[in-house]
Design a protein. Sequence first.
Length: 191
Amino acid sequence: MSDSTMKLPLLLVLLFILPLIRAQVPHWGPCPEPAVQPSFILKQFMGRWFEIAKLPAQFERGRCIESNFTLTPGNSIRVVSSEILKGELRKIEGIGVVEDIKNPAKLGITYSYVLPYSPYWIMSTDYVNYALVYSCTDILRLFHVDFAWILGRTRTLPEATIETARQTFADNNIDVSRMIGSKQQGCEKFF
Ligand SMILES: *[C@@H]1O[C@H](CO)[C@@H](O)[C@H](O)[C@H]1NC(C)=O
């Protein structure tokens, strides 16, 4: 392989890794393989979910973060995510797909046509109160960067539900010690 053909993939890898590293400390080794929601029913997952807590901590980010999932004809998923940032309501739209029909709880979501689908695994949900979501990307099988969310159908969840959720992540070898609660106060006037 010539020198220049070696450099391009490396550059691409760096391009993807750098923003991730800024957001999260990478962990050594490949992604954990957590159990996901058995018999996941996509249709029941659709609708509005509020972000209750997330990993990694992104203190500079917006508040009142929520996502609205709708099934579109052709069985893809429209995802509209919104947040309040600097006093303004901001929305971004993404597309979700079931990546493996045998594993319907393993979704992929992308917010840009030029980016690949990121894993969006529904680890656990009762559809009406809470959902646990995990996203992990392997980098050359050497290390991985991950994201985790606790979502609620309401802007707050009981402390016991959050504690159980954190325990579920931990039981699946996902380090949520740095998970932080999302700000969901004073949101109503924007929606
Ligand atoms: C969610 O999306 C659906 C379909 O676009 C829309 O009818 C509904 O009003 C949205 N809900 C919220 C809370 O934005």
